[in-house]
Structure formats: structure tokens, C-alpha cells
Design a protein around this ligand. Structure first.
Ligand code: GLN
Ligand code: ZN
Length: 758
């Protein structure tokens, strides 16, 4: 059985590429030194894959920053603003990726967006009326040659023209179809070059095929590939799809002259059904994505083998592969020295996935494979009893009823009670939670981690930070205070560390964008809160002020979305387990005298399914209840807030309202408050705090500009429902700009409050 890999993580085993790039950005190393590190990484990966016997090894899956940006450059589509800087090739590329400010000029980076349903971000191509798409670059050809030079014949990987056009932003009057011919011609030129190089296989990635497509989209796809494939020459073309099934285009796709089609059998819910209904052409190879490319759990060989055997009735020419690029998982388990065996035996990161592919290609089709060592060893993990199982938590989730998700006093009635109790007056001011993480704050944490200070000393220091934070807010004259979150470095990791059922890795980094990597915690067992997590800090903060201090928690959906989830229970089950844990924390905060509790759902929007028809059934139908579960047990006078980072939730406004929070704050300054129209149109009931300034920049907003934002907001939002706050937490900001910005915010609020009360 042959095997294929769609792509491999590229930052290196110890994040070598990240560190080298950062040195290069600081001008500490030369271009040549950076390229040397890159080459070392590529060669190591090719050798690894060769050793694992992968028959279709990718090249050009490497990138200095982002593959879509690589393609933009290759297709001559980099906006003029970057080229006009007159920098060398590499620096022009980095200017588009990161922005540039210096002697040559001042340009912002291209916008970044999440790559489908992953936490990886790509740089959005911008097409202008004078953009002329044509092949200009060399990267895929040089990388092929680089691999060939060490004796590895690769399958170059390039994001396809359709996905490129679907993800691009159109900055002039031209639209997607206007560029279709140019794109097709550029890909013909690419194929010509590959023919000259004697390349056997090329892989075109078209993940946009798994999104909801119109007839016009499918027609565009067909038109592009009819042209391109007529010129493929001796090169065989693999159309690779991932992150779902291609239900809208399957029939058209199989009618085109591709030599093989790569389908996702892990996330593609309807993939098997599509094969069953429409068959699979006998003249093509089926690249079957049967190993999870996105999660860190070992593959169950029995399931994989049964699946592949089942596919043999549709095709007798099958190549097995991962469901998507391994970019989305950490490099290797070998980096983890402190995970107990009973835990790590369940995992396979990228390098271990290679080993699985190797074993599976040997097992599949071999008679008596059930008796072989590799198979038996794998099955042993799956037959053993689950460690960290918690029957009590399971029973609690099983016994949840309707009533556990509903606050017993409806929102409108609660509002009156809360206004009476809290006496905040109109247009209260507040912040989102975190205050600047100063050097002292970070040092306190690292000293405690290293064992240099005791828990008591650590907590004493935190109390000091809390006191400073409360004093500052009192001085500024904010209405609803926060404790500042100096005890947490990350809003998910902190809760993960305090919940039983989570495990943590040391070096399991995953690229989020460019040189930024994240280390998601792993949900390993049933989740349970063992002790109060935040009560100590919130209670202390509240003791310092007569004003309400918000209790500050992260919600279950965000905790789940930023972790590696289990595969043996449903997302719903995990969200409810976490929801119950947060609920206990909410109850304890309330009992400790906290009057306002904020439960952040920064990442709620993020995992909305790619296909609209699945939004409710696959996600919102449990995600919204999981949030409600956290707060449904509080008294009517306890005010519940939530916060979301990106305000692009126009399409799910009703669902956000159904979270039944009393107040929601969100980012709105960059998106120019467009969300507010959607709120009005949907008669949004929750009180709202649309962020009046962007905290992602060190710039201090003026009083006038915030007054203007607020006046605008008041034309659409009832003054009874409006809160005044920045658009996100302040942890990445410096103290000085924070003080100035908040002082201006309070001044702007005063002007507006005076104006509305006359
Ligand atoms: N309460 C968190 C903070 O202020 C929220 C962070 C976020 O939304 N990303 O830092
Ligand atoms: Zn936020």
C-alpha cells in the first residue's frame, strides 16, 4: 500500500525556524544563515519521511512565514505597496507578512485570517485592478531540486488557484471571475516548469471545496481546471481536499482530468456517502485521508484498516494519507520528558504519525495482520481501561435537565433588580479584565514555577499587584473594577492547570502564524474542579473597594476550543464537563460576595462549523447551553457578563443573545461598529459594551475620538443598555499608555454621561 503526506510541520523540532527568523528580524543573522537553518529543517523532514517509507513526500510545504503568502508572491500578486519599498526579495516578503517601518517607508502587513477551522492564520491576498497574475517565482521548483539533490523525489505541493481566488480580497472593481483566466494560465506555466524538471506528481490543495459553494463557484472551479489540466503533460496531478467533504462539487470534480483525488475521511462526514452515491472513477487514484492530521491521539489501527478495506469496493487504487497537513500538530512526542507513560502511550504527534503510516502500509492487505506485533501493540492501548475517568462527573452530565440551563428570573426582570442593587447609573465604565503584565508580574510567576519562591510569597506578591490595580482604577474613576489577572499568563492554560483531567506538554508547539506558536493543553480525562480557582483573588480584590469588582472566568467553549480535545467522547460532553466545573466556581464567587461575574467566551465564534447547515446541530446547540450551564444557578441580582474577541458575529446574533448573559463586551473599534446594526435589527436584549478603542495598538486614543464612537453607538443602542470599555484585555499593553488611555476613556464617558442626563 502506498502512502502520502499532505504537509509536515515546519518550525522544526525545537522551533529552530522561529528562533532563526526572529534573529534575522533583529538583524542578528544574515539571510544566508537563515536560509541555512531552513534548509537543514527541510532536509531533516525529507529524510524522516523517506525513512518512514512515505511514497508521496511533499515539498514546498515549507514556508518562511505562510504558504498562501508564498503563492501570492509566486503569482506576482504582491501589492505594489510592498514592492515599492525597494527591499530585497526576502525582506519584501517579510514586509508583507509583518509590516515594515523604516527608512524605506511605512506599510502595514497584509491582514491575517484563520485558515478554515484551524488555529493557523494565513495572510489574505489582496487583488487590485492592476494586479497581473502570472508565474514569477521559483520556490516550488527550487525546493523540488533541493530534495532531489539529496536523493528524495518529492511531490510539490501548491495551494490551488480556486482556493487562492476564494480567499483573496478584491480591492478594486474587478471580481473573482475577472482573474480566472490569468490564474489558469499561471498554473499552466507552473505545470510546464514541473514538466521540464521531470516531476512525477504535483499536489494542488483546494480546501475551499469543503466550504458551502454556489453553482457559480463550482463552475469557476471547473473552468479553471479544464484549462489547466489540458496542459499537464507528463506530470500527474493530485487534487487534495481537506477539513471536510466536497458534497457541493463531488460530481464535477470526479469528471475532471485529475489523476488522483485526495478526500478527507476524518472530518468529511459525507465522504463515504459521496463515494457510495456517485462512485469513484476507475482511472484515478484515491488518496484516502484516514489518519487524523489535526489531533494528537494515536490512530486506532482496527478502525483505519476496516475503513480502508471498506473503500476497496469503490477503488482498487488507494493511497493512504493523513486527513490534512500535519502542520496542525506538534512535532514529536520525543520532546516530552515528563508525561507519564500511561498518558503518552495514547499520543502520536507528527513524527509518530509517520511511524503509524509506515506500520499501516505494512499491515493493510497482509493476511494475518491481526497477529502482528505492531497491530497488537496498537490495539492494546485502545482496549485498556481509560485512565483519569471520573464516574461522578459523567453521572452529573448525564443527569442534566432543561432546568440546569435556565436562570429562574428572565433577563428583563433581572435587569431591574440589578439596576437597583448595583446602583451604577447610566453608561457604566469598565475594562475587560487583564491589566498590563509588567516585568514584576511575569517574574513572580516564573520564580514560583522554578521553586525560587513559596506559594505564600507568590500569593503575597499577587495581592500587591491586585492592590495596585484596584488603586489605579479607583484613581481613574472607573465604575466596575477588575482584579487585573496577574495570576494568569493565559486565559485557558490557567484554568486547564487548575482542572483535573487536563495534561500539559513541555514542547508541543503548534504554529499559529509566522513565528508565533501555541501550546494547547490536552483534555485527557474527565474534567473536574478540585478546588476553588479564582475565589481567593477576587475576594481579596473586592475587599479593597466599595465598587463592584468583577469575578473573572473563562467559559467552557473557549477552554475547549483552545485545547486538544478527546476523541473518545463528544465535544458536547467535554463542554458540559467544563461547564459544570466553571459553574461551581461561579457559585463560589457569588457566595464570597462577588456581585458581577464575567465569563469570557473569546473563542466562541472560532469553531463554528465550515458548513452553515451544521452550525446549529453540530455546534451551537451545545455551545450556547454549555455557557448557560455556568451561570444559570446564580441569584437574579448577580450580574453575568461575557466577552468575545472578534465582533464578526452578525450571523449568530440571536445565538449570542441566547447565552442569556446580562452584559456582553466585544471588539468593535476596528470593524467600525458595523455589528451594532445587526444588534438593532435583531432586537438584541443583552446590554452591550462595544469596545471604544483598539487595545492591540500602543496608540493612546483621544477623548474626542472616543466621544465620537460613543455618540455613534448611542444612535443605535439605547442608553440604558450601553457600557463603556476598551475592546479587549490590557495585558499586552504598557502601564503608561494604559493609564493615559483609560483616563481619556473615563473623560469621554463623563462628557457623554453629562450630555445624556440633561
Ligand atoms: N479577560 C481576558 C483579559 O482581559 C479576556 C482576554 C481575551 O478576550 N482574549 O485578558
Ligand atoms: Zn478579547
Amino acid at each position: 500500500m502506498n502512502s502520502s503526506l499532505i504537509g509536515f510541520p515546519r518550525v522544526g523540532k525545537g522551533r529552530e525556524l522561529k528562533f532563526a527568523s526572529e534573529k534575522y528580524f533583529r538583524k542578528e543573522i544574515s539571510v544566508e544563515e537563515l536560509e541555512k537553518v531552513a534548509k537543514g529543517i527541510k532536509i531533516m523532514h525529507w529524510n524522516l519521511q523517506q525513512a518512514a517509507g512515505i511514497s508521496h513526500i511533499p515539498s514546498n510545504d515549507f514556508s518562511y512565514y505562510d504558504n498562501l503568502l508564498d503563492l501570492t508572491v509566486l503569482l506576482n500578486a504582491l501589492p505594489n505597496s510592498y514592492r515599492q519599498l525597494g527591499l530585497n526579495e526576502r525582506d519584501t516578503y517579510f514586509a508583507a507578512a509583518r509590516g515594515y517601518q523604516g527608512e524605506a517607508g511605512d506599510v502595514k502587513a497584509l491582514a491575517m485570517k484563520k485558515w478554515f477551522n484551524t488555529n493557523y492564520h494565513y495572510l489574505v491576498p489582496e487583488l487590485f485592478d492592476d494586479t497581473e497574475i502570472k508565474l514569477v517565482g521559483d520556490k516550488p521548483f527550487t525546493e523540488y531540486a533541493e530534495a532531489k539533490a539529496i536523493g528524495v523525489l518529492t511531490k510539490p505541493v501548491i495551494i490551488g488557484g480556486f482556493t487562492f481566488l476564494k480567499l483573496a480580497k478584491y480591492k478594486g472593481s474587478k471580481t473573482i471571475n475577472d482573474f480566472a483566466d490569468q490564474v489558469a494560465n499561471a498554473y499552466i506555466a507552473i505545470l510546464n516548469r514541473f514538466n521540464e524538471q521531470g516531476v512525477a506528481w504535483v499536489q494542488f490543495d483546494e480546501p475551499s471545496l469543503v466550504t458551502d459553494l454556489s453553482k457559480a463557484d463550482v463552475a469557476l472551479f471547473t473552468a479553471i481546471y479544464e484549462k489547466v489540466l489540458a496542459h499537464k503533460g507528463n506530470v500527474k496531478v493530485l487534487l487534495q481536499t481537506y477539513f471536510g467533504d466536497i458534497r457541493d462539487s463531488y460530481e464535477e470534480v470526479i469528471g475532471l482530468d485529475f489523476d488522483s483525488i485526495g478526500l478527507d475521511f476524518i472530518e468529511g462526514k459525507q465522504t463515504v456517502e459521496l463515494l457510495e452515491r456517485h462512485g469513484f472513477p476507475a482511472d484515478k487514484t484515491l488518496f484516502a485521508g484516514v489518519l487524523n492530521g489535526k489531533n494528537i491521539w494515536k490512530s486506532d489501527y482496527k478502525k483505519v484498516i476496516d475503513l480502508v478495506n471498506g473503500l476497496e469496493k469503490y477503488s482498487n487504487d488507494i493511497v493512504i494519507s493523513t486527513s490534512c497537513s500535519l502542520l496542525h500538530v506538534p512535532y514529536t512526542l520525543e520532546n516530552e520528558t515528563s508525561l507519564p507513560d500511561e498518558v503518552s502511550q495514547y499520543f502520536a504527534f507528527a513524527k509518530e504519525r509517520l511511524q503509524e503510516i509506515k506500520e499501516l502500509t505494512e499491515l493493510i492487505g497482509t493476511s494475518g495482520y491481526e497477529e502482528q506485533g505492531a497491530y497488537l501493540a496498537n490495539q492494546q492501548v485502545f482496549s485498556a481501561d481509560r485512565v483519569y475517568e471520573d464516574k461522578h462527573v459523567q453521572a452529573s452530565v448525564a443527569s442534566l435537565t432543561e432546568r440546569d440551563f435556565v436562570r429562574n428570573v428572565p433577563r428583563k426582570k433581572r435587569r431591574a433588580i440589578q439596576k437597583e442593587k448595583l446602583q451604577l447609573g447610566l453608561l457604566p465604565t469598565t475594562t475587560i479584565g487583564s491589566f498590563p503584565q509588567t516585568r514584576e508580574v511575569k517574574q513572580n510567576r516564573s520564580k514560583y514555577r522554578k521553586g525560587d519562591i513559596s506559594r505564600a510569597e507568590y500569593d503575597e506578591n499577587i495581592k500587591g499587584f491586585i492592590k495596585e490595580c484596584i488603586d489605579l482604577q479607583e484613581e481613574l474613576g472607573l465604575d466596575v473594577l477588575v482584579h487585573g489577572e496577574s495570576e494568569r499568563n493565559d486565559m485557558v492554560e490557567f484554568f486547564g492547570e487548575n482542572l483535573a483531567g487536563y495534561v500539559f506538554t513541555e514542547k508541543a508547539w503548534v504554529q499559529s502564524y509566522g513565528t508565533r506558536c501555541v501550546k494547547p493543553p490536552i483534555i485527557f480525562g474527565d474534567i473536574r474542579r478540585e478546588n476553588p480557582i479564582t475565589v481567593f483573588y477576587s475576594e481579596y480584590a473586592q475587599s479593597l473597594s466599595d465598587k463592584p469588582v468583577k469575578g473573572m472566568l473563562t467559559g467552557p467553549v473557549t477552554i475547549l476550543n483552545w485545547s486538544f480535545p478527546r476523541e473518545d467522547i463528544s465535544l458536547r460532553e467535554m463542554a458540559f464537563q467544563i461547564g459544570l466545573a466553571i459553574r461551581e466556581e461561579v457559585q463560589d464567587l457569588e457566595a464570597a460576595g462577588i456581585k458581577i461575574i464575567q465569563i469570557d467566551e473569546a473563542a466562541l465564534k472560532e469553531k463554528l462549523p465550515i458548513r452553515r447547515e451544521e452550525w446549529a446541530s453540530e455546534y451551537l446547540d451545545w455551545a450556547i447551553p454549555a455557557f448557560r450551564l455556568c451561570h444559570s444557578g446564580v441569584r437574579p441580582e448577580t450580574q453575568v457578563h461575557t466577552h468575545m474577541c472578534y465582533s464578526e458575529f452578525e450571523e449568530i446574533v440571536q445565538d449570542i443573545d441566547n447565552m442569556d448573559a446580562d452584559v456582553i463586551s466585544f471588539e468593535a473599534s476596528r470593524s467600525k461598529l458595523t455589528i451594532i446594526d445587526a444588534l438593532k435589527a435583531n432586537q438584541f436584549e443583552t446590554e452591550v459594551g462595544p469596545g471604544v478603542y483598539d487595545i492591540h495598538s500602543p496608540r493612546v486614543p483621544s477623548v474626542e475620538e472616543m466621544v465620537a464612537v460613543l455618540k455613534n453607538a448611542l444612535t443605535k443602542i439605547d442608553e440604558e443598555n450601553l457600557w463603556i470599555n476598551p475592546d479587549c484585555g490590557l495585558k499586552t499593553r504598557g502601564i503608561k499608555e494604559t493609564k493615559e488611555s483609560l483616563a481619556n476613556l473615563v473623560a469621554a464617558a463623563k462628557i457623554i454621561k453629562d450630555a445624556v442626563s440633561v
